[in-house]
Design a protein around this ligand. Structure first.
Ligand SMILES: [Zn+2]
Length: 287
């Protein structure tokens, strides 16, 4: 059964580790992440963007697939199904479809509007036992085509959103979605410390987890980050392994063209990436 992310994140915050959010795109992605989490006895959050939800034929299909897999693969670790960077409409649609966790990203609205819309979802999510992630200020990088250099959130605005009673808070600390540029100056730990001091117990979320050096990830966790989002890195390892299979001509040997064989190296690559991230996040054995 899907669970809210609240308990797993509070435990992570108290235990000084982070839970990974890994975004899914299809059946293979979901299966690979769930199998790795189960094998490593780690709690896990499956992230679904609105685009990926549409690609998978809608949120109902996603919920049906994930629930079916929890049963079919005998998954015993806590799993949350989470909307990533949701719009207000998308959040409502995922709540109706049976997601156990929602991110409403109101960061591009003026703070008053972000507060108003987040408030509306706090009440609904509370009643239904769904965890809610809110975002303050823009996180840099490519998010709907807008490129930035790692923007930072205002701790005062973070406090205003946190006080609404959301479960977890995403706030820019110089992190970027996608691949980091060579001249990226690194995470702003001074900003993270200020935010943490202002919001208190609230588990913090670090987006753009692909390519942040391990020591910076660990320092961010020590300063209150309890959830780290990984998306691009699984895409890179999946496509590299798939390309290798095709370039080596393995699809031309015997029944190598069988889609289950073509997709197998990519799945193994996703599993290796998820394992590597879970080792760094410290969440192995915490289920
Ligand atoms: Zn993000």
């Amino acid at each position: 059964m899907l669970v809210s992310a609240k308990e797993m994140l509070n435990k992570a915050r108290d235990g000084h580790y982070a839970v990974g959010q890994f975004n899914i795109n299809n059946l293979e992605w979901t299966k690979s992440i769930l199998q790795t989490a189960e094998e490593l006895k780690a709690p896990v959050i499956l992230g679904v963007s609105e685009g990926a939800g549409k690609y998978m034929c809608g949120f109902d299909t996603v919920v049906g697939m994930v629930n079916g897999m929890l049963k079919g693969l005998n998954i015993t670790v806590p799993v949350a199904l989470h909307l990533d960077h949701g719009t207000f409409e998308g959040a409502k649609a995922c709540i109706n479809a049976g997601f156990s966790s929602i991110m409403f990203d109101g960061s591009h609205y003026p703070i008053e509007e972000n507060l108003k819309l987040t408030t509306a979802l706090v009440n609904t999510c509370d009643i239904l036992g769904i965890s809610l992630e809110a975002e303050v200020g823009a996180i840099g990088g490519e998010e709907d085509g807008v490129v930035g250099m790692g923007e930072c959130a205002d701790p005062k605005e973070c406090k205003m959103i946190a006080d609404l009673g959301v479960t977890m808070l995403a706030a820019g600390i110089g992190n970027i979605h996608g691949k980091y540029p060579e001249n990226w100056p690194g995470l702003r730990f001074d900003v993270l410390e200020n935010i943490k001091a202002t919001v208190g117990d609230m588990p913090l979320v670090l987006h753009g987890g692909t390519g942040i050096p391990e020591d910076m990830i660990k320092k961010a966790i020590s300063l209150g980050v309890a959830k780290i989002n990984v998306n691009t890195e699984c895409q890179l390892s999946f496509s590299a392994a798939t390309r290798k299979y095709i370039e080596e001509g393995k699809d031309l040997v015997g029944k190598g063209f069988d889609p289950r064989k073509v997709l197998a190296p990519g799945c193994e690559a996703i599993k290796a990436t998820v394992r590597e991230k879970m080792e760094i996040f410290g969440c192995i054995g915490k289920a």
